[in-house]
Write a protein that binds this ligand. Sequence first.
Ligand code: PLP
Length: 398
Amino acid sequence: MSQTPVDTALAARTRRIAVSATAAMLHAAGQLRAEGRNLVDLGVGEPDFPTPEHIKQAAAAALAHNQTRYTDIAGLAALRQAVATAHARDYGSVYPPEQVLVTVGGKHGLFNATQVLVDHGDEVIVPAPYWVSFTEQIRYAGGTPVIVSTDESQGFTLTVGAIEKALTPRTKVILLNSPSNPSGAVFPPETFRALLDLCRHRGLWLLSDECYAQLSYDAPPYSVAGEPGADERVIISGSLSKTYAMTGWRIGYTLAPPAVHKAMNSLQSHTTSNTTTFAQYGAIAALTGTQQPVADMRTAYRGRREVIVAGLNAIPGVRCVRPAGAFYAYANVGHFLGGKGPKNTMEFSHRLLREAGVVSVPGEAFGTTEHVRFSYAASIPMIEEGLRRLRDFCAAIG
Ligand code: PLP
């Protein structure tokens, strides 16, 4: 494609990243919806539950009390304390509030971390399938994502040997996301411990994205930050978005060694400054108040997981491993690709949208070639209708 004058006027780093396929898919769905199409949305990556009442009330009270000014760059002292205390309560970590940075969502925390850790030419190991923004954030920082495949037949879990094989003298960071978006894989504590050891021996950073940590269905929620000595080598990226149904509030955080924290804080001081002040008050209520809504939502997702996984595996030609966490089913639709069928999962998802009115996200976005991601952050009737439409669609193209 030839470059327009505008393209060449943009900084080179902007050409290293592309708009996410997730966004492209959601845009196409939005257009159809605007035309009045009745869609089953299994594409979204956000809870369908409202934010719990006590959290909303805390933010409303903060507004009523004129909590509308800047806070410290790193966030309110009370919120940083609440993050440290909640993380200690949930995962056994030990962080002083001075090592907590409150960010504009987990995505921003990850961006801060990659910007301060990754130099030009550095390599970051990323297991596939991976969340779309990981690779783009690494490239934007000038680094190279080194993709390590996981084994679908083993539930997309990671082997330490596969990571070791990918190490080079340029490796700087190992980036893990467990439970994983899109596969739902949960890496066991042994894997984290072995990788933490590896990082300590080789002087690497372990960047752990815990966005879905509380959405673990078969094992207790886990954080590598609870391991002895983790604080020297680990950067945690956390988020309140999925745990507390707070995607629009834009509250995330990082826990990091002092030097890394300081660099991220400095970067944040020149970019976003603090995240929205009254939202921070809501976040304090989320972290320090009752955790019952989290347990209730987890129970609901667990039930939905059974429905969607059983339903997908009952469709001839589709198979889906049972995700251990998050709220995505990563179904293998390789059987339908090629020949007279869709040539890849991008085409599969787009046709599924146009012909059956089901929103999904193609696996190409996440670095695999035979999968489509279906979110089960949707009601059971919605999931069942989506499955019915998918079954008819597959029967028509199979
Ligand atoms: N990490 C993963 C794996 C995600 O799926 C998401 C959101 O979809 C995020 C981080 C960031 O979420 P937020 O910026 O809303 O905290």
